[in-house]
Design a binder for this molecule. Structure first.
Ligand code: FES
Length: 170
């Protein structure tokens, strides 16, 4: 019962925040991208109903909102895990062994690219050059760069995330 009340409240609060964000950007040129960026910061992704709300309040077609979301890889239509692991598959990283690292990530997490583990902890993504070719091969964990990796570093990276969780839980 209490859980329902609090999740309703949470939904309402998020909804109010989205309204406030739209209102704040509404009259600026190219408002849609900063709005989507801030709204994704609230939800972690861009749910359908929120896309509809943005389109309605900005008085633009939903196809325009959807078009921008799908054009920029930064935006996500699906909820992401708590840790977002993104491996660079740009040329330098690929040549220096990103492929075997990606295989090890898939094997260890038991998911494919674009998927999230069942416990909601990890999302696996592949990206283009991160601009850190000197550190190739590179991956990021929730934006934090790890470089000069081998496939044998994968277990340690994942364990570090899990032990961060354990520290937070204590
Ligand atoms: S190719 Fe991976 S950082 Fe440039």
């Amino acid at each position: 019962m209490n859980t329902n009340a609090s999740s309703c409240m949470e939904t309402k609060e998020r909804d109010n925040l989205v309204t406030e964000i739209i209102g704040r950007h509404m009259n600026s040129k190219g408002a849609l991208i900063p709005i989507l960026h801030e709204v994704q910061g609230i939800y972690g992704y861009l749910p359908n109903e929120v896309q509809v709300k943005i389109a309605k309040e900005m008085n633009i077609p939903i196809s325009e909102v959807f078009g921008v979301i799908t054009f920029y890889s930064h935006f996500s239509l699906k909820p992401k895990g708590r840790y977002n692991i993104s491996i660079c598959m740009g040329t330098a990283c690929y040549v220096k062994g990103a492929g075997p690292i990606l295989d090890r990530l898939k094997e260890t997490l038991n998911i494919g690219i674009g998927e999230t583990t069942e416990d909601g902890e990890f999302t696996l993504e592949a990206c283009r050059c991160l601009g850190a070719c000197g550190l190739a091969p590179v991956l990021t964990v929730s934006g934090q760069v790890h470089g000069r990796l081998t496939k044998d570093d994968v277990a340690g990276i994942i364990d570090n995330c899990k032990s961060d969780d354990r520290r937070i839980a204590q």
